[in-house]
Design a protein around this ligand. Structure first.
Ligand code: MSP
Length: 641
């Protein structure tokens, strides 16, 4: 049986996981799934790189001891992966004692072979990179990565005789064009070897300077350099060179971004060679995800939070976008706008629409049961051939880490299926009662849709399972749904009578930021309008003629039990008759001589035969109605404002 083993970088735990880490880990997950689809036993290793100055400094900054600090951050990585649909991995930590033991055994082996020596070294040390730089490597005297001035350090240390292996390595890379891919990084690695700037590798740190690391087995005054320790995770996660998993899965492949090309393209092969272990098969190097066209950084505030994206747009759509957008090897710019456009075009319109219209037609014409595939016409076989071609291309491109191209090739088939719906027009066949042809067209469509769902399992595991379930195939994200070798060359119909979903809406249309903004503006405008309607300006208030008056006479309305008829004296304005619903709260005699407030310029209203020329103002309290009165006596006819 073929086997596939791949690793992601072992991430530093001095910062929370972001889009960049997530992309590498999703790629590893997708490649493992792809190999499982091809019948291979496959898994990947990811993990956390927990030793070194950087971590100690980060822990100190937040007032924590290194171990609790690394436990906390490592957990963030461990909990994030399943939330992004990532499965099929082992999570390795460099503070695991089993890892430390393997690192020490291998260091001893290299030491015994005479490839490690003790020497004095003074050089330019960058704390950010955890390494010395040679004069030639510095750019204007600064670290090329951090653009900071390195510290000049002189100390006795242990060195790995890397230079001894460099001519061999150069030849190896030259004669193995696929060892480092894509090509641009192979050239870059060769460039490093040709520049002659590389020397022996300092692999120790004196404990006077750093204790947070693995002890050198041959000198306990030193700890191991963090890169030597971390790279060995790739084999310690397999139980070390004597473990059975090592025998089964090594050599594997690695997946990194361009930032850590040198340790993987130069240090690691030299280390493996010195240890007498087989070299890895491929180093797959991708570019950087930029955000707003620049490098993501805390200070710029442009770090993309993968969990927030997956929550907002769905894990599968987010994954699809990343695979479709980045051309492996080149940098790509992450933009939510772009993502929405891509999701709407490829997922909502092309794929989602295909599923929703075909399943709706299946409900209408086939009672949501898979129909019988009859004899295929020429149009059908063209489509079947295209399917096989697209699937093979997809597999080949995906295996060659050309994800965007692979998906594009698959989408040719998705679009062809949509066109087939239009050209075969099942609704017209139904109208003409061509039941056999209708069944065949529907069967071809359903079989094609199944193929697409299968191919997409590595990229969109959950959506792939949902699509398959809608076609009546019960799977979960961990169960390999098929064997691709067979699927590429056979175009089987779904078993006749298999129950299908009544409808489908897997990829809802998403709103772009602009659309959201438009909506928000409209909402604001509507709210403002509503507010305009419920509030008045001061002019409207001044239009009210509110006055104080004294009740001269009060009696019950002869025809309405709840109403009292009041005669109120408003001074120079005269006496007015005003009707008010006060009968339940006041006896008429209680009201006589009371000063009240009333609105006078209200249109006169007739209530059960009597006219009311205004309205007495009241307030409600505990379900009762009380009259409003001035605090002390005022002139009748006095205005209220
Ligand atoms: N600890 C080392 C790796 C040791 S491997 C034996 C390290 N860790 S890291 O946390 O800095 O991770 C670097 C890796 O994270 C990159 O190689 C890449 O896989 C991923 N990314 C981090 N930022 C990235 C982008 N902006 N874009 C794409 N991936 C990047 O280096």
């Amino acid at each position: 049986m073929n086997r596939f083993y791949i690793t992601t970088p072992i991430y530093y735990v001095n910062a929370r996981p972001h889009l960049g880490h997530s992309y590498s880990t999703m790629v590893a997950d997708a490649l493992v799934r792809l190999h499982r689809l091809q019948g291979e036993e496959a898994f990947f290793v990811t993990g956390s790189d927990e030793h070194g100055d950087k971590i100690v400094q980060a822990a100190e900054k937040v007032g924590k001891d290194p171990q609790s600090f690394v436990d906390e951050i490592s957990l963030l990585f461990q909990t994030l992966w399943p939330q992004l649909g990532i499965e099929n991995y082992r999570f390795a930590r460099t503070t695991d004692p089993a890892h430390a033991k393997i690192v020490q055994d291998l260091l001893q082996k290299v030491y015994d072979a005479g490839d490690i020596y003790f020497g004095e070294f003074s050089g330019h040390y960058c704390y950010g990179c955890e390494r010395f730089y040679t004069e030639k490597e510095l750019v204007d005297g600064l670290c090329p990565q951090h653009l900071t001035s390195p510290a000049l350090i002189s100390e006795k240390n242990y060195f790995f005789k890397m230079s001894k292996y460099l001519p061999w390595l150069k030849e190896y890379i030259e004669t193995h064009p696929d060892f480092i891919r894509p090509e641009r990084y192979r050239s870059e690695a060769l460039g490093m070897l040709e520049a002659g700037a590389l020397d022996d590798l300092c692999i120790s740190r004196p404990k006077t300077r750093l204790t947070w690391g693995i002890d050198l087995p041959f000198d306990h005054n030193y700890v191991c350099y963090v890169w030597f320790d971390a790279l060995l995770t790739y084999i310690s996660a397999l139980g070390g060179p004597s473990g059975t998993d090592f025998a089964t899965f090594w050599p594997g492949e690695h997946l990194v971004a361009k930032d850590i090309l040198k340790p993987h393209a130069v240090f690691w092969p030299a280390m493996l060679k010195s240890m007498g272990l087989p070299l890895y098969k491929h180093l797959n190097v991708h570019g950087y995800w930029l955000s707003r066209d620049t490098k993501m950084s805390k200070s710029l505030g442009n770090i993309v939070d993968p969990k927030a994206m997956a929550d907002a747009y769905g894990i599968d759509a987010f994954r699809y976008y990343l695979f479709r957008e980045m051309h492996f090897g080149s940098d790509a710019s992450f933009s939510e706008e772009n993502m929405v456009a891509r999701i709407n075009a490829d997922l909502a319109n092309d794929l989602g629409n295909l599923f929703s219209r075909v399943l709706a037609m299946a409900a209408k014409y086939c009672s949501s049961r898979a129909p019988k595939m009859g004899t295929l016409t020429e149009e059908d076989t063209v489509l079947v051939d295209l399917c096989s071609h697209a699937m093979q291309n997809f597999l080949q491109l995906f295996s060659a880490i050309k994800f965007a191209e692979g998906l594009e090739s698959l989408w040719e088939f998705v679009r062809a299926l949509n066109k087939y719906v239009d050209s075969q027009a099942p609704w017209a066949l139904a109208k003409k009662n061509e039941t056999e042809r209708l069944a065949t067209v529907m069967a071809v469509l359903l079989a094609g849709m199944r193929k697409i769902a299968l191919c997409l399992w590595p990229v969109m595991p959950t959506a792939s399972c949902t699509m398959l379930k809608q076609l009546g195939i019960d799977v979960d994200t961990q169960t390999v749904p098929c064997s691709m070798d067979y699927e590429c060359t056979h175009f089987d119909a779904l078993p006749e009578g298999q129950e299908l979903a009544l409808k489908s809406n897997i990829f809802p249309r998403r709103e772009s930021k602009d659309e959201k903004k438009d909506k928000a503006t409209k909402k604001e405008q509507n709210e403002a309008k509503a507010e305009e309607n419920t509030t008045i300006d001061i002019g409207a208030f001044h239009a009210l003629d509110i006055r104080v008056g004294t009740i001269e006479q009060a009696e019950k309305h002869p025809n309405a039990d709840t109403i009292l008829v009041l005669h109120i004296d408003f001074g120079s304005l005269g006496v007015r008759q005003i009707l008010s619903g006060l009968a339940a709260y006041y006896k008429p005699e209680e009201l006589v001589h009371k000063q009240v407030v009333a609105l006078l310029n209200l249109k006169p209203r007739k209530i059960r035969g009597l006219v009311s020329n205004g309205m007495v103002l009241t307030a409600e309290s505990d379900g009762k109605v009380v009259l409003l009165s001035p605090e002390h006596l005022v002139d009748n006819g006095g205005t209220v404002g």
